[in-house]
Design a binder for this molecule. Sequence first.
Ligand SMILES: [Zn+2]
Ligand SMILES: [Zn+2]
Length: 416
Amino acid sequence: MNAPVPTRDQVDAQCPACRLHALVPMLLRRIERDRWAQAEPNEDLGNDEVVQIDACPVCNGAWFDVGELDLLAGEATDLEHALDPSSRPSKRGCPRGCGIMREHDLPGVIRTPVDHCPACKGIWLDGHERHKLAKSTTREGQQDVKKRLARRGAIWAAQLLVQLPVEVENPVNTTPWVVITILVALFGSFALQLMGIVDLGNCAPGLAGLPSGAMFGDLADGATFADLCFAPVAGSLKHQWGRLGFAALSEGSWYTLATHWFLHGGWAHLLGNCYFLYIFGDNVETLFGRLRFALFFLGAAIVGGFAEVLLTQNTIAPIIGASGGIAGVMAAYLWCFPRNKLFQVVLFVQLKLPVWVYLFVWVGFQAVMGVFATSDAGVAWFSHLFGFAFGGGVTPLILWMRRGEVARSVRTPALG
Ligand SMILES: [Zn+2]
Ligand SMILES: [Zn+2]
């Protein structure tokens, strides 16, 4: 056997499970008896045995044509014949376009039913099933055991220091330019703060309840950039609204809702935010597309800041931080990749937690702090909470658009 010879038509189908991506061909070559490695695009495959499966980069599910699963699962199993012969109609269509598949149980092996096409005999495995039944087709399963342990050890050591979650799987292969741009902007703004060019002190309310610093409109009257206020102060905004009504939106300092997220209260605040944006943002940006992601982030930041203005009991402190936008991104990640796992060290024990466990703990924490820590001037808890709510509400709409786009771009759209 020389080069890979796909003997039949390429699969050109929408993922039948999450419907958020077209299936992507994945070439595996046998490197040892029971070990397979993903072949690089232009790799010389020599005489290696090669199998091509079709996987979804979003939900990690994969399509196996007849025979492929048994080959990849190893000699000990005969999965295709172990399927319980009784079956029921599945909700999913065969990626080869044969029509609806059927659900079979795989007694004694896995609890969830497996989708099987009665016409072409191919099998669809969801991400977690693929992880269990065909581990060699996942990145983790292809790694050397020693390397895998070393990697986990290194992660563990790093986490003892920082106590933050580290993403396990779900690599992206496009450059997340929007995330990078936001990170650069956050660090740049913080540098301006450190140099005193952007001064939060400008936002301290004056006696009339208005910001004592200049507003954008004042630039024409000789105010300089260094005089401007960039962070909303709840009491000032409410006062402006009461005095001017809708005119406050153009004449007051309400524009600060769009600028406040650039600013941070200190290194820990900044680095914590950047870390979460980096971990969760790249995958969401890849899935949403750049423009949609940028608007989404800005929307979550503004909605979060607005909620903080309305609800906070601390009406004189400037509201700052990208947390609202990042909370929105975390909510989106939860919608898009609910089964992804994060490593978390808890009291020296390394746990591999599904992302939703981590995020629910995080959200619960925000809620509790929002109720009890109202006097904490440094943390805008309501902006976290409402940024997250914005993300949770808007993401399904974006995913719906995305599913339509994917369906139109392939030969075999998914059912439903
Ligand atoms: Zn999928
Ligand atoms: Zn089929």
